[in-house]
Write a protein that binds this ligand. Structure first.
Ligand SMILES: Cc1cc2nc3c(=O)[nH]c(=O)nc-3n(C[C@H](O)[C@H](O)[C@H](O)COP(=O)(O)OP(=O)(O)OC[C@H]3O[C@@H](n4cnc5c(N)ncnc54)[C@H](O)[C@@H]3O)c2cc1C
Length: 451
């Protein structure tokens, strides 16, 4: 009988890995500690729970690297992508999902699969027998983190992101705010009006920045003072970096026209994105924060349109555990010191739901080939998945390694294309065309016998 593949963690990466392996005929034991043992961010016992934003970001597979990642995963029969597509919400050019329906869909599929069995125990050791994938995420349980540190020589690091607050839609003043996606992007009216926008004058913006800078924040606990990941900075930290930083970041006013005052250009705009299928909840886009709860309410209620805002969830800080993968993992995501163990997902130092799921997809497929005594050829670095895995397992400098979103900067440069802003559109199309061809070829390739 084929020995089962053990997968630890039923989040984005573990769920996708389990699906890929089981669909290829390999029995899987999926170990997920929730709901018996919780984390501070997860709220259910479901697989594939989204812990913060409900967005998979851009779905543009021609001009955007994460959109390309969506495409590659769909081609590979991804459960995460199929579930996201099924429970998609209008969000302009982005792929936003109804988080509860999405996680339920994944849970139902995994639990119903004849080759998948579920263990609801926390795993606290790195086993020396059998084939394992650890996809325990940014909130890897402390006991397991300790075991990993014991094996790797304390090379797993920790840093903090912050959660954006969620507002009840009914409490937003629509006499001030209006619905519009930036540049009216989207195919349907629903998509073109997916966001709620709150405009600010210069005086209101300046007062808001003053309030942010004065707000009380949650202090770091001892030993927590690792650096933030630049893609997920708390707004008060952005404001500290410069009074204009937010106006050129999440509060940029471009591509938006105030429906109530079309002739008046807003100095800054706060955007809220739909958070559930019912349209009753909206999250404040890019407003991760570590302000104290009381301060958050006071500061956010100075935003025009949110003066009476009721919050379904306030922001908070969170931990992110990730390995020094360039040093610890080989190109097939195996722990160099214990090749029966693979890692996948955010714990490998990729950042984001889709990136994590894509590493699960790859780990699942690699494990299947290995169980069959075969070896998959390396994924071409020209693809989004290949670019990510190449980066984390060697492309990045181990000394300065930080979590990474997928982006075209990770792709091998194209020759004979125009550089700079002017050539951007053509260049991005070149990257995505090349990637699609390479990914299609990789998926069709036969596995090779190990050397
Ligand atoms: C508070 C917070 C907010 C975030 N916000 C965003 C966001 O807005 N957008 C975004 O793209 N990404 C966000 N992230 C990152 C996000 O967590 C990842 O993108 C994604 O969930 C990672 O997928 P994963 O499968 O690696 O980990 P997870 O989805 O976290 O799954 C890991 C699973 O492993 C389980 N587990 C942990 N330890 C053990 C153990 N010892 N035994 C058994 N099971 C275990 C956990 O219960 C969990 O279900 C956020 C992370 C946090 C913590």
């Amino acid at each position: 009988m084929t020995k089962p593949l053990h997968i630890v963690g039923g989040g984005m990466a573990g769920s996708e890995a389990a699906w890929q392996a089981a669909e290829a005929g390999l029995p899987v034991v999926l170990h997920e500690m929730r709901p018996k043992v919780g984390t501070f961010a997860h709220q259910t016992g479901n697989f594939g729970e989204m812990v913060c934003s409900n967005s998979f970001r851009s779905d543009d597979d021609e001009q955007n690297a994460v959109g390309l990642l969506h495409w590659e995963m769909r081609q590979a029969g991804s459960l995460v992508m199929a579930s996201a597509d099924k429970h998609r919400l209008p969000a302009g050019g982005a792929l936003a999902v109804d988080r509860e329906a999405f996680a339920q869909e994944i849970t139902d599929h995994l639990r119903a699969h004849p080759l998948i069995s579920v263990s609801d125990e926390e795993v606290t050791e790195l086993p020396s027998e059998g084939q394992w994938i650890f996809a325990t995420g940014p909130l890897t349980s402390p006991a397991l983190a300790q075991a990993i540190q014991a094996e790797t020589g304390a090379e797993s690091l920790a840093f903090f992101d912050a959660i954006a607050p969620i507002v009840h839609a009914h409490s937003i003043d629509m006499d001030v705010a209006w619905r519009q996606s930036r540049y009216d992007k989207g195919e349907t009216e629903d998509e073109r009006t997916a966001y709620i926008n709150c405009p600010m004058t210069k005086d209101q913006y300046e007062a808001f920045i003053d309030a942010l800078l004065a707000a009380e924040t949650t202090p770091f606990r001892e030993g927590e003072a690792a650096g933030y990941f630049d893609g997920c900075l708390p707004i008060e930290v952005m404001a500290e970096r410069g009074r204009e930083t937010l106006r050129f970041g999440p509060m940029k006013p471009i591509g938006l026209t105030n429906a109530h005052k079309p002739d008046e250009k807003a100095y800054a705009v706060v955007q809220l994105r739909r958070d559930n299928a019912l349209g009753t909840l909206y999250n404040i886009v890019g407003f991760q924060t570590k302000m104290k709860y009381g301060a958050q309410k006071a500061v956010f209620q100075t935003i025009p349109g949110l003066q009476e805002a009721e919050f379904a969830r306030l922001g908070g800080i969170h931990r992110n555990s990730f390995l020094n993968s360039p040093r610890l993992l080989d190109g097939a995501l195996r722990l160099r010191s214990r090749p029966n163990i693979r890692f996948a997902g955010q714990v490998t130092g990729v950042e984001g739901y889709v990136e994590s799921a894509s590493m699960g997809l790859l780990a699942g497929r690699l494990a299947v080939a290995e169980a069959q005594g075969q070896e998959l050829p390396a994924v071409p670095a020209e693809t989004a998945i290949g670019a990510l895995v190449t980066h984390i397992t060697g492309g990045a400098d181990a000394k300065t390694f930080q979590p990474m979103n997928v982006n075209f900067g990770l792709f091998p440069p194209l020759e004979d294309v125009r550089g700079g802003r002017r050539g951007r559109k053509e260049r991005y199309k070149g990257y995505t065309d090349r990637a699609k061809q390479a990914w299609t070829n990789w998926l069709e390739q036969k596995v090779k016998e190990p050397a």
